[in-house]
Every structure is written in C-alpha cells, then in structure tokens.
Design a binder for this molecule. Structure first.
Ligand code: ZN
Length: 247
C-alpha cells in the first residue's frame, strides 16, 4: 500500500498535491490492492498488473459512489479527486469515464491513459504500464455500469468482485477479464440478460470482444494436436517395443 504524504511540507504556492487521503476513492483503491493480492493475486506487471490497478480503481470508485449515494450516471468516475492542489490544472489522477482527460498541465503534463486497445501502450516503465493501460479495463467497467443503470456497486460491482475472487488468476490478461466477467454476468443474471449484454458492450467499447476465446480455441487446438501427436508417438514406441520383445 502506498498512501504517500502529499506535498504538505512545501509552501502552498509550490504544492502540486494535497494530502493523498483527501479522497476516499484513493483509500478504497489502496485497500482493494490487499484484496486483489489475497484473491486473484494478479502479478504487478503488464496486463495482469493493469487489471490489478483497474480492479483497485473500480472498488475505490465504488466506495466513493456508495458513500455519496451516486448512481453510475451521477458519479464523476474520477480517481484521486482533489489530490491536485489548485496549482495544477486537473480534476484528479485518473478518469474512468474518459481515460486520458483527468489532467493537462504545463508542469506535470497530460494524463497519458488510453481508453481503447488501439492506444495500448507498450512500455517497460511503470511495470509495463500498469497505471497506464488500466484505463482500458477501467473504461470497460464504466461503460458496463452506465449500460446497466442504477447503482454501479449493485450489479456491475458484484460481477467484478466474483470474477476477482473466483475466476481470475495471477496471470489473467484483458481477454480473460472480458470473457470471465461476461461468463459471471450470465451465471448471475441469466444468459443473454441485459446485464450480460452490458458487460459485452463495456468490453466492446474498449476494443476487446468477449468472444475473444477464439484466440484461446486456436491455442487449445494447437495444444490438443501436440498432445495427440505425443500420444501417437508414445503408442507407436510402445507397440514397437512390444513387437521387439515378442521377437
Ligand atoms: Zn494502485
């Protein structure tokens, strides 16, 4: 967990950050990292790490929405609201509603988050972009929740929580998250339900089709072929051996 202490020791005119605990969403974010670590255990690297970050943002945001009694439509979906001092041109550190728009400032630069796979950032910094590409699954959750309507924690949050606890594993990738949330939405609310369709729309909006399991099918069929080949080879060897013995 990394709460940080902000810039309170600097003179007000030089401060860029207020105290980090100013936003309940950030506290929820950090506490969710603890849950992620003990449930899916997503490694903090590349896509798995970005999912780790995203799930922390989702529940951080839901904590704030819950305390403020906001529907998905009413919420601002800003992470780290009020973290920047008045010296910075920005509303917060991340936007789930519009990744890449949380701040744009001459000193700290522009919010670099992508909100679509076409803008996915390949980098070795930030543990392979865990705080950057998290914008993609973040936005998928936002769209899902908006599509469902009402309070985001009631259905979308429930789906995301079940997937975190029972479905994802250490190395889960964006495709897995999409497929698993779609699967869980079907199990909880019915196949083809509005909720399941909302999940599909959420991922589609960020360029990830939920039926991307085609990619996996290809992998699996390759794997099956390989296993099949090995079995044939072993049977062949065993047969040859039996023949040799008999002779
Ligand atoms: Zn984090």
């Amino acid at each position: 967990m990394a709460y940080g202490r902000g810039h309170e020791s600097l003179p007000p005119g030089e401060r860029l950050f207020n105290r980090f605990t100013i936003d309940l969403g950030v506290i929820g974010h950090e506490l969710t990292h603890g849950v992620v670590q003990y449930e899916a255990g997503l490694v903090y690297f590349q896509q798995a790490g970005a999912l780790n970050e995203s799930w922390a943002d989702v529940f951080g945001s839901l904590v704030r929405q819950w305390t403020m009694n906001q529907t998905a439509a009413d919420a601002d979906w800003i992470i780290g609201k009020g973290l920047f001092s008045s010296n910075v041109n920005g509303v917060g550190i991340r936007s789930m509603k519009a990744p890449g728009t949380a701040y744009n400032d001459p000193v700290i630069g522009k919010d670099p988050q992508p909100g679509h796979m076409k803008d996915y950032i390949v980098t070795s910094s930030d543990n392979g972009g865990v705080h950057l590409n998290s914008g993609i699954p973040n936005h998928a959750f936002y769209v899902t929740a908006r599509e469902m309507g009402g309070y985001a924690w009631e259905k979308a949050g429930k789906i995301w929580y079940v997937v975190l606890c029972d479905k994802m594993t250490r190395m889960s990738q964006f495709n897995d998250a999409a497929r698993l949330t779609h699967e869980v939405a079907g199990a909880l609310y019915g196949q083809g339900s509005l909720e399941q369709q909302a999940v599909k729309t959420g991922w589609k909006e960020v360029g990830i089709p939920v039926d991307a399991s085609e990619v996996e099918k290809v992998d699996l069929s390759g794997c099956t072929r390989l296993v099949g080949g090995l079995v044939v080879l072993l049977l062949g060897l065993a047969g040859k051996r039996a023949l040799t013995k008999r002779n």
